[in-house]
Ligand binder design. Structure first.
Ligand SMILES: Nc1ncnc2c1ncn2[C@@H]1O[C@H](COP(=O)(O)OP(=O)(O)OP(=O)(O)O)[C@@H](O)[C@H]1O
Length: 315
């Protein structure tokens, strides 16, 4: 296993990608100078709306798409200077189910290990099969596997060469709850053993739960890159939920606060903590003669941050 002296598993500098024009499609500048360091040992989320450039970044990391310019270091190896080593350090679980239907899982892993030049004594085929829960299906034709099992096989294939970095491209799109839980168990275990995980997902609550750090990509640029908790702290929105003893009209509130009655009769007041303090809201409610039988606050989630950041960045 090569040593990586850098604290970053991945270093991306001024990465640009222009897809050439084709047919009547003009050229497309998909990446406009990405700078990104992905810390060694992290579970890192790469988020962004459709077409933001996430797959382009991942495909460049995986060596499947050629960059137009810029530098990429994987596990300390520059892709252009040490292509073989940089490739060996990364395993990618792709979005598409690209599996040979006639190869059983065990054979498929052996073929993959051969492609990566893993010597027989260093293979860990049975361990990987056990890890992803395919031991019982190890010798069944892949075409007989369920969709969920095929996904597990994709994860297994990404692991054969014991990469230091594992990339999961939308791993849970269209996947049922059990498989999702199993995937995340596996990912956490691999991470605990030292593997750096890079994940793209459309499920923001999943990113919130799984990722230590997150970069948000929009229009081919990094528009935020922070710890998940730092990012959550950025959302300048909070909701105060009050039991006023039953339904009733929404009282007058200070500027910057929006109130609504929920179906259960609770009064929900959305406000910006930077503009208004909670006690000012409470004072206003007291002045309006509202009973305050119970008061709770609801914190923002990643979705709030994501929506507000990508909205600001529009255009
Ligand atoms: N092979 C290609 N040729 C031309 N344009 C492309 C090609 N691949 C991607 N693009 C364009 O580059 C931009 C970025 O696409 P990319 O697939 O990287 O986005 P994404 O963030 O992964 O989106 P999604 O979440 O939908 O997968 C988009 O405008 C897309 O249409």
């Amino acid at each position: 296993m090569p040593d990586n002296a850098s604290p970053s598993a991945i270093e991306i500098r001024d990465l640009r990608k222009i897809y050439a024009a084709s047919g009547n499609q003009p050229p497309k500048e998909a990446l406009k100078g990405i700078n990104l360091d992905i810390p060694n040992g992290s579970i890192f989320g790469l988020l962004g709306p459709n077409g933001a450039g996430k797959s382009t970044i991942i495909n460049i990391l995986a060596g499947l798409v050629n960059k137009t310019s810029g530098h990429v270091k994987i596990w300390g190896f520059d892709q252009d200077v040490n292509p073989r080593q940089s490739r060996a350090a990364i395993g990618v679980m792709p979005q598409e189910l690209n599996i040979d239907p006639f190869l059983p899982p065990r054979a498929s892993l052996e073929v993959q290990a051969g492609l990566y030049g893993v010597p027989a004594r260093e293979r860990w085929t049975d361990e990987i099969l056990a890890l992803v829960g395919l031991t019982a299906q190890a010798d069944s034709y892949a075409r007989n596997l369920s969709g969920g099992m095929k996904r597990r096989l994709l994860l297994a294939k990404a692991l054969v060469h014991r990469p230091q970095i594992l990339v999961l491209d939308e791993p849970t799109a269209g996947v049922d709850i059990d498989l999702r839980a199993m995937l995340w168990d596996n990912v956490r275990r691999l991470n605990r053993d030292g593997m750096t995980i890079i994940l793209t997902t459309h499920y923001l609550e999943e990113a919130q739960e799984m990722c230590d750090e997150i970069a948000i990509i929009n229009h081919g640029q990094v528009i935020a890159r922070e710890s998940t908790s730092g990012l959550l702290g950025r959302a300048d929105t909070k909701t105060l939920v009050i039991d006023t003893g039953g339904p009733g009209p929404v009282p007058d509130l200070p500027d910057g606060a929006q109130g609504m009655r929920r179906d259960n009769g609770l009064l929900a007041i959305n406000y910006r903590p930077s503009a208004l303090r909670t006690d000012q809201l409470i004072d206003a409610l007291r002045a309006a003669g509202q009973p305050l039988l119970d008061v709770t606050t609801e914190e923002p989630d990643l979705e709030d941050v994501f929506v507000s950041l990508t909205r600001q960045d529009r255009g």
